[in-house]
Design a protein around this ligand. Structure first.
Ligand code: ARG
Length: 260
């Protein structure tokens, strides 16, 4: 009797293990095994949207990651994250290295040529940061070096502003590099989003931020998907649900408040 019971238990265990192994797979209509995984491309230098808190773990965490996981759960996908430089994200999606891009990315016209975007889920604003408030207006930028993230809308904005004011643009791949360069004086000011700057401003009291009207564009964030993807509408439906059921507000509180 005892033996029978243990064989039975072993059987249960094996079925359980098999179950666990096949859990991530799903048979699609063609009868092929299709893994229900979506790979999210991001640039994990954008606290609180996506970043690594190395004191805690190597995991990429943040506002975008929580939203992606919520969408994945709703639509039945496991989300895997690939970290890369911001400027390479949309190309990586076109090359099918990632399934979607979520990186505090603003759906600007130029990008819409090669990608579809969901509705905007959060809006931030551009600010200018300098050491001890050396830069307070457009006029102060004259002859200076301005740092921006390569490939960002802030870089585009800086280029536009060069039509009226003469300054040099210094592009860097990672936001942390921009703050480093500012700290050591290799750039005079940087143009970044307020929501991302606040964490750095707290740690570097010598840095001061200003809102310069000419540069203070709004930067909305949306999710980028391949052109023509049927998932854009599905993602939008979940984003809408999150806005309606309070989940979005909860995540905004979790990641943006207390960070200010
Ligand atoms: N919102 C800006 C843009 O779309 C900057 C985003 C930068 N994101 C990042 N993860 N570094 O260009």
């Amino acid at each position: 009797m005892k033996k029978f019971a243990s064989i039975f238990l072993a059987g249960l265990l094996v079925t359980g293990l098999l179950g666990a192994c096949t859990k991530k797979e799903d048979t699609n209509t063609a009868g092929n095994k299709e893994k229900k995984v979506l790979v999210m491309g991001t640039s994990a230098d954008y606290k609180p949207y996506e970043f690594v808190d190395s004191k805690v773990s190597d995991d990429i965490i943040g506002f975008d990651v929580d939203i992606a996981n919520y969408i994945g759960k709703k639509l039945g996908y496991e989300i895997q994250i690939k970290d890369m430089d911001f400027s390479g994200l949309l190309a990586a999606m076109e090359a099918k290295k990632v399934d979607f891009v979520m990186a505090g990315m603003t759906p600007k016209e130029e990008r819409k040529k090669n990608a579809d975007f969901t509705d905007i889920y959060f809006v931030a604003k551009n600010i200018v940061i300098s050491k001890n408030g050396a830069v307070k207006s457009m006029a102060d930028l004259q002859g200076k070096k301005i740092g921006v993230q390569t490939g960002s809308i802030q870089e585009g904005k800086a280029k536009d502003l060069q039509a009226t004011t003469q300054f040099t643009i210094e592009g860097r791949n990672r936001i942390s590099e921009l703050f480093e360069e500012l700290k050591v004086g290799r750039v005079d000011a940087i143009l970044v989003e307020d929501a991302v700057a606040s964490g750095y401003l707290k740690k570097m009291p010598e840095l001061k931020s200003v809102t310069i009207p000419e540069a203070a564009d709004e930067a909305g964030s949306a999710i980028a998907l391949p052109k023509g993807s049927d998932k854009t509408e599905q993602f939008n439906a979940v984003l809408k649900e999150m806005k309606e059921n309070g989940e979005m507000d909860k995540l905004i509180k979790k990641w943006f408040e207390g960070n200010k």
